[in-house]
Design a protein around this ligand. Structure first.
Ligand code: AKG
Ligand code: FE2
Length: 338
């Protein structure tokens, strides 16, 4: 990707939203437009220190450069129910086929005596931090900063829907479920005979919002009404997109837009850092009362998973676990209760 395509998704300066300044009303309006158009936008003015992201990137490169056998010391199978740790290239199935990426799964760090951990709640617990100086603290600092940003963005989304700023915090995200992943898309070619088509196959994200940091390589693509477009890297910006639960809550007004990542053939490995800002595991997800109720929404025919997100009625954790079982079938027993 020597000539990155110019971004055709909106770039929104959210500094007033981050500062909770009166001008955030205008920012919310732009966010609303972006959510109704593509469900994908870039943000600048987010307040996350470039030095922190640079540190995260450098440490992640150092991790992925380790020999495979070393990385496997922190493999996902050892993360148990918390669903944390390393998986090797080809280890995750999106849309039923292996992705050409390797990754480290992380999330809110919870000690053994946390009530949710004591209750054996899936996807909650301790991380498997690689033994690289500074790695643990940098990841914790980054997750804290990105989670703060997630709260501000949800205030903007609430305002954009004509709701009070605290609408989502009051109902779903006082204690959000935060999952964080660090991906490496290796540039090495796929060995012959392996059924691999994409870096990440077409999918939508499951929760409320995804806050994605990517390096300068590119490869993320978004499905719009006019076809697939590139979400090319914009220096120091985050890519924000909407997940299934916000689609469900807004009756399809804000869409969880399908996206994918092409197989990396740039000659250099690509790093990306999605943080998933999601409802509390136990929160029952409901349509937003104040919004006009759509007659009948069923987009299952055109969705990647042929599921109707608007028919979902339950707690967010149930929705998430059903998805996890599909992308990591080998972990089904470790993660799923029963
Ligand atoms: O790596 C990327 O650019 C996107 C990854 C992604 O879509 C995901 O993890 O849900
Ligand atoms: Fe995604």
């Amino acid at each position: 990707m020597s000539t990155p395509t110019p971004p055709s998704l909106p770039v929104i300066d959210i500094a007033p939203l981050v500062a909770r300044a009166p001008e955030r009303a205008g920012v919310a309006e732009r966010i609303g437009e972006a959510c109704r158009a593509h469900g994908f936008f870039y943000v600048t003015g987010h307040g996350i220190e470039p030095a922190l992201t640079r540190r995260l990137e450098d440490l992640s490169r150092a991790f992925f450069a380790l020999p495979e056998a070393t990385k496997m010391q922190w493999r996902m199978e050892l993360g148990g129910r918390a669903w944390r740790g390393y998986f090797p290239t080809g280890g995750e199935l999106t849309s039923g086929r292996p992705d050409w990426k390797e990754g480290l799964y992380l999330g809110t760090e919870l000690p053994e005596d946390d009530p949710l951990v004591l209750a054996h709640t899936p996807v909650h617990g301790r991380n498997l931090f690689p033994d690289i100086p500074g790695f643990r603290q940098t990841v914790l600092d980054y997750m804290a900063a990105a989670t703060r940003l997630g709260h501000r963005l949800m205030e903007g989304i609430a305002l954009s829907l004509g709701l009070e700023a605290s609408y989502f915090a009051d109902r779903y995200t006082a204690d959000p479920l935060i999952l964080f992943r660090i991906f490496n898309y290796p540039t090495q070619p796929v060995p012959p005979g392996l059924d691999v088509a994409w870096g990440v196959g077409e999918h939508t994200d499951y929760g409320l919002l995804t806050l994605l940091r990517q390096d300068e390589i590119g490869g993320l693509q978004v499905r719009t009404g006019e076809g697939w477009i590139d979400a090319a890297p914009v220096p120091d910006a985050f890519v924000i997109n909407i997940g299934d639960m916000l689609d469900r809550m807004t009756g399809g007004l804000y869409r969880s837009t399908p996206h994918r990542v092409i197989r990396n053939s740039s000659g250099r490995d690509r790093l990306s850092f999605p943080l998933f800002f999601d409802p509390n595991f136990h929160a029952r997800v409901k349509p937003i009362e104040a919004l006009p109720r759509p007659a009948e929404v069923d987009d299952s025919a055109t969705r990647w998973d042929h599921a109707n997100v608007h028919a979902f009625d339950g707690i967010y954790g149930d929705y998430l676990l059903a998805k996890v079982a599909k992308v990591f079938p080998q972990l089904r027993e470790a993660v799923l209760p029963g």
